[in-house]
Design a binder for this molecule. Structure first.
Ligand SMILES: [Zn+2]
Length: 382
């Protein structure tokens, strides 16, 4: 997830997704017009708004602390963490690897809610036992309530959430099969997600549309997250033993740099039936100079095809990351992500062998799935 960078904490980039501002506004609004005026009726509206804004910002600092808990434990386990992004529903840490054992995974997932719980209880204790102005007490009381709620909510056994990851670690520990465990936790997550949606519908019918829509939205995000989590764990397993050369689509043919786009469309792409063709360097024969894909062609306005040349529409070689054929597949994907490249060239001893893009990864994963199903049906038959 991308966002606006606001700084660095412990060497980890902290960013804010645009959706975060929506929730910041909503929370401040509901605190300033509902929660605080109800509890402290003597406050002026300005007072309520200021206290509400401070409380909301501190709540998000607590969410950041929760996320830092995950990140620092991950780093202690040797997992690099590149950034933390705050978004609509809280925070998310981008980690470059997965935990290597169920115990480590459970620890990494469990520490977040623990941080929230500690902040919550400490705030609540301070509100009750430390003498402070009423406004400060109000903020502390709210932080206590909100952080404990956050801890409990995150411990729901639904996969994208920490509780789901703890559940998945438990299943992994019992079955020794990580993918199976993730699928199990994802199934539980979907049930929780549908329960949220059902509760949301009941709330809307009961006359509280805002709360109902909010619950429904959370349910939907949980269901999507569970699906994505299960798919990702299958993908990681299937890619774990693959290399760039297994993933890649072989170069089917070459285009000359100065032919027009219409003749590239008529001869190149139709004859070779390939999504992407290599473009050779001028006058040097099959020396890799760029990659021209059907999607690059589609991007060009049709009337210009007769005059524009391949060289103008291709992605030049200097903008395409290069990997060796034996590069591990997961590293190739990571490279594409960090360089924001939609295609990677596989080159060995100066010779272009093929390219990797989303479609070739997808095709490889589908082939693995088909292999697995064939094997399963053979095992059933036997
Ligand atoms: Zn968490």
């Amino acid at each position: 997830m991308n966002g606006i960078r606001i700084g660095r904490l412990f060497g980890i980039k902290v960013a804010i997704h645009p959706s975060w501002f929506v929730i910041l506004g909503l929370f401040t609004f509901s605190l300033a017009t509902g929660f605080f005026p109800r509890a402290y009726s003597a406050w002026s509206p300005a007072e309520a708004w200021i206290v509400a804004a401070v409380a909301t910002l501190l709540l998000f600092a607590s969410v950041l602390a929760h996320e830092l808990g995950h990140s620092l434990v991950a780093r202690a386990q040797g997992i690099p963490v590149t950034n933390i992004t705050l978004f609509l529903l809280g925070g998310v840490s981008t980690m470059e690897k997965e935990a290597t054992s169920p115990g480590r995974e459970a620890l990494m997932a469990g520490v977040g809610p623990l941080v929230s719980l500690v902040i919550g209880l400490a705030s609540w204790a301070a509100a009750n036992f430390v003498r402070a102005p009423l406004q400060v007490q109000a903020v502390l009381l709210y932080l206590g309530l909100a952080n404990v709620t956050l801890a409990v909510f995150n411990l729901l056994p639904a996969l994208p959430m920490d509780g789901g990851r703890v559940l998945s670690a438990l299943l992994w520990w019992r079955s020794h099969d990580r993918v199976q465990a993730t699928r199990g936790a994802a199934a539980v997550g979907r049930v929780v997600g549908y329960l949220f949606i059902a509760l949301g519908v009941l709330q809307v019918l009961g006359g509280s549309p805002f709360g109902g829509v909010w619950l429904g939205l959370i349910g939907w995000v949980i269901i999507q997250g569970s699906r994505a989590g299960a798919a990702q764990s299958v993908m990681r397993r299937d890619l774990a033993d693959a290399t760039a050369s297994r993933l890649m689509t072989k170069v089917a043919g070459w285009l000359r740099p100065f032919v027009t786009l219409s003749s590239a469309a008529q001869q190149g792409f139709r004859d070779f039936e390939s999504r992407c063709l290599a473009v050779e360097a001028e006058e040097e024969g099959q020396v890799f100079d760029g990659l021209m894909c059907a999607r690059d062609l589609a991007f060009e306005p049709r009337p210009k095809w007769a005059v524009r040349r391949v060289r103008d529409a291709m992605v030049p070689a200097r903008d395409i990351p290069v990997v060796a054929p034996d590069k591990p597949a997961l590293d190739v994907l990571r490279l594409m992500q960090t360089k924001r490249a939609d295609r990677v060239a596989v080159i060995s001893k100066g010779r272009l062998l093929g390219f990797v893009d989303a479609t070739s990864v997808d095709r490889y994963l589908r082939m693995r799935e088909a292999d697995r199903q064939r094997l399963e049906s053979r095992l059933k038959a036997a």
